[in-house]
Design a protein around this ligand. Structure first.
Ligand SMILES: [Mg+2]
Length: 276
């Protein structure tokens, strides 16, 4: 058991180089001392969980098994088809597993950056999220089109399509991918798909993959909206687990304040832990 009690929230601290320094109280020695914590230290357990926990895989299988049951049900009950049917899916942590990128940030002691993210995408090494490939191939067999709606940058289009194609994902072509151009919100792009297709299902790891009501919202609102839409989950909305990153952290825990220093972020994380 750790002897040192971290009192990072209000202690004297400095951000030096790539480490967040925090002052701790060593109870045994009755003195304070300063230690340096690597800036991605807080993310290690989440990355390990996604890479190693059989429970993570079980959850992704559960999501895609549910998606298949729902799709079968939708197809069995569609009496009139006016527009081609479509599934809209996110890409990262929904069909492609980017946990090695998050692992690399830990090794390099770096924060996310567009440069390193684009470099990882160019490697085209992301593997399929368990269960995803089988499900999307099944959808194709049932004549349901798949649209990849992602906030990867539009400059990443060719390597993203190649990565998807190498893995065998259907509809990995220019007509079925909508990456980010300017706005991060996905509603405009969803509406664009809706004009030509009947969207029967949405799949993602971030609640903004489903509805704009979650866009940019703080934790309380996100939770309240999730409660109000509870009948949609496992139904029209299929959710994948992602403990490594997401709006739950940036918009929720960190309240969208990207300019905060790593030490401030560390303090905020500590302050938001619920205990008794
Ligand atoms: Mg995602």
């Amino acid at each position: 058991m750790r002897v040192n009690l971290l009192i990072a929230v209000f202690s004297f601290t400095l951000l030096t180089g790539c480490k967040t320094q925090v002052t701790t109280i060593n109870k045994e020695k009755s003195k304070t001392e300063t230690i340096a914590i690597p800036i991605k230290e807080y993310s290690i357990l989440a990355v390990l969980w996604q890479q190693h926990a059989a429970e993570y895989r079980a959850l992704t299988y559960q999501a895609f098994n549910t998606a298949k049951l729902q799709l079968d049900d939708i197809l069995a009950n569609k009496t009139k088809i006016e527009k081609p049917l479509a599934i809209v899916t996110d890409i990262d942590e929904t069909v492609l597993n980017n946990s090695p990128y998050n692992g690399k940030l830990i090794e390099r002691n770096e924060d996310y950056s567009e440069t390193s993210w684009i470099a990882w995408g160019k490697e085209k090494k992301a593997k399929a999220v368990p269960g995803s490939l089988h499900f999307f191939q099944y959808a194709q067999d049932k004549n349901v089109e798949v649209f990849y709606l992602s906030n990867r940058l539009s400059v990443q289009t060719s390597e993203t399509l190649e990565n998807l194609k190498q893995l065998g994902f259907p509809f990995a072509d220019e007509n079925h991918i909508l990456l980010r151009t300017d706005e991060g919100g996905k509603e405009t792009r969803r509406k664009k798909i809706q004009r030509s297709h009947d969207i029967v299902m949405l799949i993602g790891d971030n609640l903004s993959d489903f509805s704009e009501v979650f866009d940019g919202q703080p934790t309380k609102v996100r939770n309240r909206k999730a409660d109000s839409l509870k009948t949609y989950f496992g139904n029209k909305y299929i959710v994948l687990p992602n403990a490594m990153y997401g709006d739950w952290e940036t918009k929720g825990i960190l309240e969208g304040k990207y300019y905060w220093t790593n030490f401030q972020k560390d303090s905020i994380r500590h302050s938001k832990v619920i205990n008794y």
